[in-house]
Design a protein around this ligand. Structure first.
Ligand code: ZN
Length: 290
């Protein structure tokens, strides 16, 4: 999940996304998951409860004085992102998630207990999206920060995590969530995370590595790229309608690979074999431009 961003002489280590996941809802049950989500939301949001507030059509914003000027614009950007994601994922929002604008990396680190040298562009946890304010994107020149944020920012990506969570209630694998978030991000913004180490010419991670150790994998760019390509393969097979049917099955509590078999007629090994051979034919997965 660590994204290396290199600009001029500055190297910032950033989490592309930090996602907190509960285990399979089909194992723990919907009620336990809902209880966990409620308590986790309370515990996360207590840090931001006294911040300035603004309500938009889709979100409850929380921000500090540092982002007073930017907050209305961010709210509009977030509402637009929510509309576009909801069209693709056929989602009808019934509750308003929180959208917290963290003024700097230090504040994010403090809340999540991260060490020096780590950071995040966006975090999704329990109906709460936390983003790093565009004014803290220090690797971009100040005059361009808002524009780059609008093009590459984490709103679409993180809102997709929220929608999947709302629809499937935690019943999905990590690679599917990261792959879906990048797929929707690419569809809406045309943005994809490509760098030399993300090429699928590198030895691939195993399905088990992607499922159990996603955050610890040393080549995060590759793990994200692989997840994106796996979801793109599902789209190749049955389009976005297939993805939405898959999410419906997950929402009914069907275990992930049972849902894959029911929807695509593929066992786990056949899915991996099919994906590998499809990826080999796609030049885009071997690109290394940043
Ligand atoms: Zn993500």
């Amino acid at each position: 999940m660590v994204k290396m961003v290199k600009r001029a002489n500055v190297t910032a280590v950033l989490f592309l996304c930090f996602l907190f996941l509960f285990s399979s809802a089909s194992f723990f049950g919907d009620t336990a998951y809902a209880g966990w989500k409620f308590l986790t939301a309370l515990s996360t949001r207590r840090h931001y409860r006294d911040w300035q507030a603004l309500e938009t059509s889709h979100f409850r914003l929380r921000y500090t004085e540092a982002d007073e000027q930017l907050a209305p614009w961010l709210g509009r950007e977030a509402d637009q992102a929510a509309k576009e994601v909801s069209t693709i994922l056929q989602h009808q929002q019934t509750v308003k998630p929180w959208l917290v604008i963290s003024p700097d990396q230090g504040t994010l680190r403090e809340v999540f207990g991260w060490g020096e040298g780590t950071g995040a562009l966006g975090v999704y946890v329990a109906e709460t999206i936390i983003i790093l304010s565009p004014q803290a994107w220090e690797w971009e020149v100040p005059a361009q920060r808002q524009a780059v944020f609008a093009e590459q920012g984490p709103l679409v990506h993180e809102y997709t995590h929220y929608v999947l969570d709302a629809r499937a209630q935690g019943n999905y694998t990590r690679w599917f969530s990261e792959g879906l978030a990048q797929y929707v991000e690419y569809r809406v913004n045309g943005y994809e995370w490509i760098e030399a180490s993300s090429s699928l010419a590198n030895p691939h991670y195993t399905k088990q590595e992607l499922e159990q150790y996603f955050d610890q994998l040393p080549n995060q760019a590759l793990a994200y790229r692989q997840a994106f390509s796996m979801v793109s393969y599902l789209v190749e097979l049955q389009g976005e309608a297939g993805l939405n049917k898959m999410i419906d099955l997950l929402g009914q509590g069907t275990p992930f690979y049972d849902a894959l078999r029911q929807n695509y007629g593929l066992e786990q090994l056949d899915f991996i074999a099919g994906w590998r051979s499809w990826v080999q034919k796609g030049v885009r997965w071997y690109e290394i431009k940043g």
